[in-house]
Design a protein around this ligand. Structure first.
Ligand SMILES: O=P(O)(O)OP(=O)(O)OP(=O)(O)OC[C@H]1O[C@@H](n2cnc3c(O)ncnc32)[C@H](O)[C@@H]1O
Ligand SMILES: [Mg+2]
Length: 203
């Protein structure tokens, strides 16, 4: 982003996400900062169409939509799993690979099948990206990104986290994000890294 940072005043903040897993993680990350989080679902805010071509563009359009409609600052997250052998797919389409029923068992199987087609020589490296955008009701917006690098395991392991977590083994660790205690994921995830940048800028 460009320009000066703006401080976020204590008070209500909309978490502009309809993904319960993300909302849970963002609440935990916000807990120490005296902010009163309100979810987009509890305000009945619609889920905007994600027409952006980058994580940052989608995070910005989601944050802006919620800030406009609620009159409160809004924090949105756009994130996804990028697989090197698949040219970065599913990337910004990570949610869409799970289909209408949001079944990540299906989405992980699609990733595994695509990796099988790509062949063993291409490797199993992958990374998660998280873009966090904070938009104020007057339209001022700030965006921060974080990334976690790792490899993909099969079969998936663990019941913690959400989405693609059970098949993602972060570099230097023995447990997948699906097996890790939530606090351990928060200490190192793509979301936590983006959040640390946001904290440094606006709190
Ligand atoms: O747009 P919102 O309402 O926030 O919810 P969403 O689920 O549609 O979220 P995205 O558009 O950002 O899609 C990203 C998908 O990538 C996956 N994903 C993102 N972060 C993840 C994480 O930390 N662990 C596992 N999967 C993750 C997850 O399945 C998401 O559905
Ligand atoms: Mg989405």
């Amino acid at each position: 982003m460009t320009g000066a940072h703006r401080r976020l005043a204590p008070g209500r903040l909309v978490i502009a996400s309809h993904n319960e897993g993300k909302v849970r993680e963002i609440r935990a990350l916000l807990a120490p900062f005296g902010i009163e989080p309100v979810s987009a679902a509890s305000l009945d805010l619609p889920e905007p169409e994600e027409t952006g071509t980058t994580f940052a563009a989608n995070a910005e359009l989601k944050a802006r939509a919620s800030a406009d409609l609620s009159g409160l600052p809004a924090l949105a997250d756009d994130s996804g799993l990028c697989v090197e052998a698949l040219g970065g797919d599913p990337g910004i389409f990570s949610a869409r690979w799970a289909g209408e029923s949001k079944d990540f068992g299906v989405a992980m199987q699609l990733v595994e099948d695509a990796l099988g087609k790509a062949g063993p020589e291409t490797g199993r490296d992958a990374h998660f990206v998280c873009a966090l955008s904070l938009c104020w009701p007057d339209g001022h917006i700030e965006t921060f990104e974080g990334r976690s690098d790792g490899t993909l395991v099969w079969p998936p392991r663990g019941q913690q986290g959400f989405g693609y977590d059970p098949m993602f083994l972060p570099n230097g660790h023995k447990q997948t994000f699906g097996e890790m205690d939530p606090d351990a994921k928060h200490a190192m995830s793509h979301r936590a890294k983006a959040f640390a940048k946001l904290v440094a800028a606006v709190f």
